[in-house]
Write a protein that binds this ligand. Structure first.
Ligand code: NAD
Length: 253
C-alpha cells in the first residue's frame, strides 16, 4: 500500500526544528504539500528552502500558534495555497522547568498549557470544518512519555501532555463516523533543540532524577517523524485514537 500522501495538504507545527522539521521533510518526500508553521521565522524559512531544493512544495507561516490570529492565518494559507487540509500535525511544544506543583509560577503554568495544549485545540478547531467538508482527514499530535507517567517532566508539562492524550482520544471518538482519524506519538528522549531551564537543586528536578532510568536510548528526530507520517498515511487507515510510544521501550518498563 502506498502512503497516499502524494499531493496531500499537510500542516506541521513546530516544523522549524527537531521532530517537526524531520516530519515536514518526510511528508514532502512523500509528495505532500507542506505548511511549515513555527514561531521561529528563520527555522521555518530554512525548512521550506530545504524542501524546495529537493523538488518539493512548502510554504512557511510564522507566529505564535497559541494566538488565534496566527491559527487563522495558518488555516487560511493552507486552504488558499493547497486547496484544503488533509493532515494536521500538532507538534510545536515547549518544556517546563520540571517544577513540582507548589513551585510552578503562574507564568510557567500558563505558557506551557497554552503552547502545548491550547494551541493544538485552537488549530484543530480551525481545521476541522475543512476536513469535515472533505469527508476525510488525519490528525497526529505529538504527546510525550510525560503523557503516560508523572516522572518524565514537571507538573505543567505532564498535565499538558496528559491533556494532549485526552484531546486525541476525544477527537478519535467524536469524528470517527466523519472519516477523520486522530492519533498521537509519545516520544521518549529525542535529540532536538528543546531546552529545559531547570534549577537542578529544586524539589521537582531532584525528585525526578532517580526516575530517569530505563529511559532507552535517545532517538533521532527522523525516528519520530517516521511514526508521524505512518499515522497520517493510508497505511494507518484503521488506526484511530492510538497513542504510539516511540521510546525504545521506556513505556514498557
Ligand atoms: P524543538 O525545540 O527542536 O522544536 C520545537 C519547535 O516548536 C521550535 O521550532 C519552536 O520554535 C516551535 N514552537 C515552540 N513554541 C511555539 C509556538 N507557541 N508557536 C509556534 N511554534 C512554536 O523541540 P522538539 O523536541 O522537536 O519538540 C517537538 C515536540 O516534541 C514538542 O511537542 C515536545 O513537547 C515533544 N517531545 C519532545 C521530546 C524530546 O525529547 N525532544 C520528548 C517528548 C516529546
Amino acid at each position: 500500500m502506498t502512503s497516499g500522501l502524494d499531493g496531500r495538504s499537510v500542516i506541521v507545527t513546530g516544523a522549524g526544528s527537531g521532530i517537526g522539521r524531520a516530519a515536514a521533510l518526510a511528508f514532502a518526500a512523500e509528495g505532500a504539500k507542506v505548511v511549515v508553521a513555527d514561531l521561529n521565522a528563520d527555522g521555518a524559512e530554512a525548512v521550506v528552502k530545504e524542501i524546495e531544493h529537493a523538488g518539493g512544495t512548502a510554504v512557511a507561516v510564522t507566529g505564535d500558534l497559541s494566538e488565534q490570529a496566527v491559527v487563522d492565518e495558518v488555516t487560511a494559507t493552507t486552504v488558499e495555497r493547497f486547496g484544503g487540509v488533509d493532515v494536521l500535525v500538532n507538534n510545536a511544544g515547549i518544556m517546563d522547568r520540571m517544577s513540582a506543583l507548589a513551585d510552578v509560577a503562574d507564568a510557567e503554568w500558563e505558557r506551557v498549557i497554552r503552547v502545548n495544549l491550547t494551541a493544538p485545540f485552537l488549530l484543530t478547531r480551525a481545521v476541522l470544518p475543512h476536513m469535515l467538508a472533505a469527508g476525510r482527514g488525519a490528525i497526529v499530535n505529538t504527546a510525550s512519555e510525560a503523557g503516560f507517567r508523572g516522572s518524565a517532566a514537571g507538573a505543567a508539562y505532564t498535565a499538558s501532555k496528559h491533556g494532549v492524550v485526552g484531546l486525541t482520544k476525544s477527537l478519535a471518538v467524536m469524528y470517527r463516523k466523519q472519516g477523520i482519524r486522530a492519533n498521537a506519538i509519545a516520544p521518549g528522549g529525542t535529540a532536538t533543540n528543546i531546552s529545559v531551564d531547570a534549577d537542578r537543586e529544586a524539589l521537582g528536578p531532584a525528585a525526578l532524577a532517580p526516575h530517569f532510568v530505563n529511559v532507552g536510548r535517545v532517538a533521532q528526530p527522523e525516528e519520530q517523524a517516521a511514526a508521524i507520517v505512518f499515522l497520517a498515511s493510508d497505511a494507518a487507515s484503521n488506526i484511530n485514537g492510538v497513542i504510539l510510544p516511540v521510546d525504545d521501550g521506556w513505556s514498557a518498563v
